[in-house]
Design a protein around this ligand. Structure first.
Ligand code: SAM
Length: 275
């Protein structure tokens, strides 16, 4: 998908779905968020840009660290939800814009993102634009997914439904989408070519609780992510069989703590240099 198609996607049904799934998604992602936010280490008075801020969870968390936050996102429905969640918080504002092309003042101490920077059709152009938003010495901190194969919490359901859909050629692993930065050498190269210095990619492997029980995990899987196409593209008995295949695939992951599945991300830090 190019940026225009991304915009249509995130402003369409997907944006509404993400709004509906916000609470559950934040619960799932919370352990990863805590690591990314502690890496961000926002300081009172800092100016922070939260890229692809979606429903605003990390914008609120960065403001709680003391920062002044501008959340930028292309999804109008997600930003409406983000604004509704402000409830008097004054240090956060939101901008409906394509972060790869928006003109930002070079005032930011921190450019942050939780899973919001893998969707650019020109990653070097986009990261260069964000580089221009940083003050000298400013820092970039974001978290992105490693490969689908390294993320069973997404891949297991996707594999379970594969046989219900026509086989496609394997997609370009670097195409815009959740796994665009799975390859660390490619990601490093994108950031070097965008002008960043002191680039570090740290692997973060964590078990995530995808649901408190199997029903809750199934509800989430069929709403968001690759399994959701079962609900949109299949009907009747075929759909039932596909849903059952996902249930069977998730069942081995039931634990006394809920449905627990592993995830792999990169915690990425870099700086603008020239402090
Ligand atoms: C996977 S969601 C993550 C949302 C949020 N950061 C979170 O962790 O819940 C990706 C977000 O990136 C946004 N996005 C995609 N392309 C964008 C662009 N070019 N500029 C700004 N936001 C973009 C989407 O609208 C969506 O909100």
């Amino acid at each position: 998908m190019n940026n225009k198609q991304q915009s249509e996607y995130w402003n369409g049904a997907a944006g509404q779905t993400w709004v509906g799934a916000q609470v559950h998604l934040d619960e799932i992602l919370n352990p990863i968020s805590q690591v990314a936010l502690s890496q961000a280490a926002g300081m009172p008075g800092e100016q922070t840009l939260d890229v692809g801020c979606g429903c605003g969870t990390t914008s609120l968390a960065l403001a709680a660290q003391g920062a002044q936050v501008l959340g930028v996102d292309i999804s109008a429905p997600m930003l409406v939800h983000a604004k509704n969640r402000l409830r008097g918080v004054e240090r956060v504002s939101y901008l409906h814009a394509d972060a790869s092309a928006a003109v930002f003042e070079p005032i930011y101490d921190l450019v942050f993102s939780r899973f919001g920077v893998m969707f650019f059709d020109n990653p070097v152009g986009a990261f260069s634009n964000l580089h221009g938003a940083l003050k000298p010495g400013g820092r970039l901190v974001f978290v992105c997914w490693q490969s689908s194969a390294a993320n069973p919490w997404i891949a297991v359901g996707a594999q379970a439904i594969e046989s219900f859909f026509p086989a496609n050629d394997p997609p370009d692993p670097r195409m815009p989408g959740p796994f665009a930065f799975a390859d660390p050498e490619y990601l490093q190269d994108v950031l070097v070519r965008s002008g960043y210095q002191q680039i570090h990619l740290r692997p973060l492997l964590m078990d995530l609780t995808v649901g408190s029980d199997l029903d809750s995990a199934m509800k989430f899987q069929t709403e968001v992510g690759p399994v959701s196409r079962v609900m949109t593209d299949l009907k009747g008995g075929v759909r039932d069989r596909a849903v059952n295949a996902v249930r069977d695939a998730l069942t081995p992951y039931i634990t006394p703590l809920g449905v627990r599945m592993s995830s792999s991300t990169w915690i990425v830090t870099a700086s603008k240099g020239d402090k």
